[in-house]
Ligand binder design. Structure first.
Ligand code: GDP
Ligand code: CA
Length: 308
């Protein structure tokens, strides 16, 4: 398999991608990353999902904490907090170095895709990492009591509020970043990573041209479910699926990507859900989907590549 496009959120996507670049030639992999989570903290532009992918592919992520960089220190962040600065969104010293470079580039007028490519090169990442869009696209969470910007709901409120609706500010005008549509059109396989459908993948699909390029694909598109036994490995995907899609079984994951996928890989412990997935026109592929380590992530990527 030469050319693979993968749609990815943060941590779940990143764990899978570490396997994908071992299972296939990394220089043929293009990751299209979510920017709906982007946020300004302490005056800096933070792109949490792009950075999770970047750090994972560079081999510098903190796998125990589950986000950010390994060997991290927190001096600048603690000092900022002590001085009355924003402290709701944790940023380590190494992480801050990246945000400084990105913010300066964006302020100088460089597109996000361009600075992301420079950062990936500086980290020696062989796969190509593209934001879905260079335009401002922000996820909003509507809850029964209020609407929150994504990170306020996710980080500051620990995603405790139930979600009635997910919205994407800027979706009417967001254009795909340079290279995104070409990568989709030239791909031999399209993969939707085991990311949260609503808040990691839908913001990518909110870019209308990205969605239509996927709809008119002539190659297989394979999604990997982020749920195992109806439960998210981490985060609110199960609660969101239950409330927004009416259940947490594999067929509900498949319906999140209606018209956009041909195959759903989901955990083999739920193999009895296969007929339901088949019924919505998606080929069910039960497989071990828990990514304990690089080996299990690579084995999962092998299953996905074999679906092509
Ligand atoms: P975020 O942007 O950092 O929240 O990350 P993603 O949206 O990319 O990934 C979050 C999803 O990854 C959650 O719904 C988890 O259930 C899922 N996830 C994490 N680890 C695993 C795993 O080992 N296997 C599977 N199938 N899903 C996982
Ligand atoms: Ca995210």
């Amino acid at each position: 398999m030469r050319r693979v496009v993968a749609l990815s959120g943060g941590v779940g996507g990143a764990r899978f991608l570490r396997g994908l670049v071992r299972a296939t030639d990394p220089t043929g992999v293009t990751v299209i990353g979510n920017v709906g989570d982007d946020v300004e903290v302490l005056g800096l532009h933070v792109s949490p999902d792009l950075d999770s992918v970047l750090y994972a592919l560079a081999g510098v992520s903190d796998d125990e904490r589950g986000w950010g960089r390994a060997d991290e220190t927190w001096t600048a962040f603690q000092e900022a907090g002590r001085l009355g600065g924003e402290s709701w969104f944790q940023l380590g010293d190494r992480d801050l170095g990246l945000h400084l470079v990105r913010t300066q580039a964006l302020q100088a007028g460089e597109p996000l895709s361009s600075v992301t490519a420079r950062l990936a090169e500086a980290f020696g990442v062989e796969a190509r990492l593209l934001p879905a869009t260079d335009d401002r696209l922000r996820t909003w969470i509507d809850t029964p009591d209020a609407s929150y910007p994504f990170q306020e709901w996710f980080v500051a409120r620990h995603h405790r509020d139930e979600v009635d609706r997910v919205r994407f500010e800027g979706e009417e005008t967001a254009e795909p970043a340079p290279g995104v549509i070409e990568a989709i059109e030239e791909a031999e396989l399209i993969v939707v990573c085991p990311s949260n459908p609503f808040i990691s993948i839908w913001p990518i699909l909110a870019v209308a041209e990205v969605r239509s390029a996927l709809e008119r694909r002539r190659v297989p598109a394979v999604a990997v479910s982020p749920l195992i036994g109806g439960r998210a490995v981490k985060g609110p995907a199960d609660r969101m699926l239950d409330r927004l899609a009416g259940g947490t079984d594999p067929v509900r994951v498949a319906t999140c990507y209606q018209g956009l996928i041909d195959v759903l890989v989901f955990d083999k412990s739920e193999a009895d859900a296969a007929p339901g997935v088949d019924n919505v026109g998606v080929r069910p592929v039960p497989a071990p989907t828990l990514m304990r380590d690089e080996g299990s992530a690579t084995a999962l990527a092998d299953v996905v590549l074999a679906c092509a």
